[in-house]
Design a protein around this ligand. Sequence first.
Ligand code: MRU
Length: 349
Amino acid sequence: MSIPLSIEWNNKRLKILDQQKLPLEVDYLTLETLEDVYDAIITLKVRGAPAIGITASHGLAATAQRYETNSLEQFHQLLCKDATYLAESRPTAVNLVWALERLRNAVQNAATVQEAKERLLEEAEIIHKEDEASCRTIGEFALSLLGDVTKVMTICNAGTIATAKYGTALAPFHLGSERGKQFQVFACETRPVFQGSRLTVWELQQSGVDVTLITDSMAAHTIGAKGIEAIIVGADRIVANGDTANKIGTFNLALLAAAFQIPFYVAAPSSTFDLTIESGEKIPIEERPSEEITHIAGKQVAPNDTKVYNPAFDVTPSSLISAIITEKGIIYPEYNENISAILSLEKGD
Ligand code: MRU
């Protein structure tokens, strides 16, 4: 698979593929400061739940190298302040808080500031590598679950550029392509900011996957007209009962899958689960600037002063989800029991 990586970490230098410029330009941006990292996340230069977490962890580890103190107490205070700042950049994807927490936990028992600094760098690299391995395994499970299915619909971009590599919902298509399995993928364009058309179509084309672009409003018609056999999506946060937050429009697709009696699959690593929340109503849903809807590529497409509601995510009730594909295995209903059993997590962990 030769698609550019979304995050590069070399010699303590953090570079991200600028996803705002895709598909017209493949350009990397160096993130020098914590503010650069915050800005890259909030402006969607780097996006996708796992990629946000990985970027934030390298960004925090790199920033901590510059703390000028020998006091461990002061080091922990600075780390807490900077982690809190980054965590506020995007509220829905739990991978962000999860990665920052992992860094903070990694230095709990450090004996010196120098040791703490080294541990942060190591932990960020581990998070990065683990995500690549998890995504590959998710791809293998998803391939086996899809079996003979070839016509699949997806939304947003849960691909290699949304993760360390391979992606989650798009991983089976990349792996399938390497092994000569021909999927036909229908990608919803994903209004308002077109992660489907700009990113998923571009990414799958790089992999030689047969991909067809539709607008979001064409989904119901296309499922019937083209004989879509399954829908697969990524996730930003999956809670204890299996309710799943993902890109706005995902819930619509889940309802359509039920109406057409085709399976609706969610693919996500265990870092996307938040078992501290019992059900979906408690998931914080990010609202984004109105210009994302009133303007397209800088051109105004709604009257001046249009009142706008722009939630970036919706929550699909677990009753509409046929299975959740993780690196630890495929989880089927009854989710309340099976999620904690398969992930070996206690509720509240
Ligand atoms: O707003 P975005 O582009 O960050 O939203 C991304 C999604 O909704 C993805 O489906 C999700 O983060 C999973 S990425 C593997």
